[in-house]
Design a protein. Structure first.
Length: 519
């Protein structure tokens, strides 16, 4: 029995509801990367991509539970996640809104099952093998984070400064990263939408491929009533996913909705003049209005996919082993990882470069990935790792940064200070300084007295946590007299040393009676 005809407003309500929820979700996602990440980290924990990466990096019950709920809802209702929760999917819908109608009428999104499955097999096999590089390039959440942090966030800061008259910190200052890491992917995304609509979601996104498999045989599906449809083609022209298969002008030809690719935008329901497109329980195929089944992969495709997966898994293990051996010294010599990263090798295999930690960093010391440093890293030239801050470990959605308490973070050595006394102004100019000792939060740096001469800084390496406070405060230029060097693995340092941090105070000078190394 055909569904009853709906009033013009009523049949558009599902689309309006989806737009409202998408708008709310998009605003929350934007706010998460605009200085509200710490407060909205719970919202970001609902993203599928980071939870998938978290399962492979550091298995967590919460990530497993969130993914189970997402996939169960996808099985029941279809890929609403891509239309309502995925920020990159909503961004594509926003771009789609500005695409001229003549382009939407003439383009053909198409179906690319082999591309979709091979990309997914490649990405997840590399992830299982210990390399997050391929996943970070295609994960929609990470892409949205990079685009927002480098492009939208500076715009927000500019508008805020003009309206309020304040000068908020600019998180991204590297023009090369803005162009390559954010602007180029954003332009590619716009090009894909103009060319093939939501083809990124239906043929490239590895998360979308998994959700599509869950939605393929779902309980509630988008369907076309074979008897009521007049094959006007309105639904085909409005579908940005290209998942509606019918021959415009030929009402007798079979009509099908591929629910594996359908993103549940609900636009087709609003443009159908006969209410032939509807959303409901899956029915048997025929003139009663059921959705016809999606094309299945052949046995040859299945075998090729399995072989590609096995090969890619081997490549992933090889890449992980290569990074853990030949590149170990090079990484340890150049990469300072955020707190609780463990080691450069582990961080490389788990971080997807979403840049959320860069946004929330209170010390302004975290920089996005570059060609030299392939993941987020610390640069002490323009900031320090604040002693009383652990925001990056609180908001990391992939488990690349483990959750630790503040006392644990305050003992964790993320780098090691290296003092070149011959370059210090207390030696070269006989100038009283002590800036490094004054800012050291653990007392690892202190001023050593010399009778009849200027006190010079000294380093107690066992208490150093590598926060970079000394390097940032050092007045020597262009090369500082004290710099923080990378460590091969992050380990706890010794307990802080209460010291007199004045320029004239020595290592054994009496303290004030309280632990003045605490900020």
């Amino acid at each position: 029995m055909a569904p009853p005809r709906a009033a013009p407003l009523v049949k558009r309500l599902p689309r309006y509801g989806r737009i409202g929820l998408s708008a709310l979700s998009f605003v929350l996602s934007l706010a998460s990367f605009a200085y509200f990440g710490e407060r909205l980290s719970g919202w970001l924990s609902l993203q599928a991509g980071p939870n998938i990466a978290h399962l492979f990096s550091a298995f967590g019950v919460s990530s497993l539970a969130i993914l189970v709920v997402i996939f169960l809802l996808t099985f029941v209702f279809g890929r609403f996640y891509c239309a309502v929760l995925c920020p990159l999917g909503i961004l594509q819908s926003l771009i789609e809104f500005f695409v001229p109608a003549r382009i939407r009428r003439t383009r053909r999104p198409g179906n690319y099952p082999r591309v979709r499955y091979l990309v997914a097999v490649f990405v997840f096999a590399m992830l299982v093998g210990g390399s997050a590089f391929a996943f970070s390039l295609l994960d929609p959440y990470s892409h949205f984070g990079r685009i927002t942090t480098a492009l939208f966030n500076p715009l927000f800061i500019l508008l805020y400064n003009l309206a309020v008259g304040e000068n908020l910190w600019q998180p991204i200052t590297q023009m090369g990263w803005i162009l390559v890491g954010a602007l180029l992917p954003f332009l590619v995304l716009i090009g894909l939408v103009l060319w093939k609509g939501r083809v990124f979601c239906t043929a490239i996104c590895p998360v979308g491929a998994l959700l599509g498999l869950a939605a393929k045989k779902g309980w509630f599906v988008m369907q076309i009533n074979q008897g009521r449809c007049i094959a006007c083609g309105n639904c085909v022209r409005s579908c940005s996913a290209g998942c509606i298969d019918l021959v415009p002008g030929n009402p007798r030809a079979p009509k099908r909705v591929d629910n594996e690719r359908c993103l549940r935008c609900m636009t087709c329901m609003g443009v159908c003049p006969r209410d032939a497109v509807f959303f409901g329980r899956a029915q048997a195929m025929g003139r009663s209005g059921a959705a016809m089944p999606s094309p299945a992969l052949s046995r040859r495709d299945f075998l090729l996919g399995g072989a590609a997966g096995a090969l890619t898994l081997g490549l992933g293990r090889f890449a992980y082993g290569l990074g853990a051996t030949e590149s170990k010294e090079a990484l340890a010599a150049s990469l300072i990882c955020p707190p609780s990263a463990g080691s450069p090798q582990r961080f490389l295999s788990t971080c997807t470069n979403c840049d959320l930690c860069v946004t929330v960093c209170r010390g302004h010391v975290l920089d996005p990935a570059t060609l030299r440093h392939p993941v987020v890293h610390l640069q002490f030239e323009r900031g320090v790792c604040e002693y009383e801050c652990k925001r990056c470990t609180d908001v990391c959605p992939t488990g690349a940064l483990g959750r630790i308490s503040l006392p644990e973070k305050q003992r964790l050595r993320i780098a090691m200070a290296e003092l070149t006394l011959a370059m210090c102004v207390t030696v070269t100019d006989k100038t009283v300084c002590g800036a490094c000792a004054e800012v050291c939060p653990t007392g690892a740096l202190y001023m050593e007295e010399h009778p009849g001469d200027v006190s010079t800084p000294a380093l107690d390496a066992d208490a150093c946590i590598g926060c970079g406070s000394c390097e940032y405060a050092c007045p020597v230029r262009p090369v500082r007299a004290i710099v923080a060097k990378p460590v091969a693995i992050q380990v706890p340092a010794d307990d802080p040393r209460p010291r007199d941090r004045t320029a004239g105070g020595g290592a054994d000078s009496p303290s004030s009676g309280k632990e003045d190394w605490l900020f």
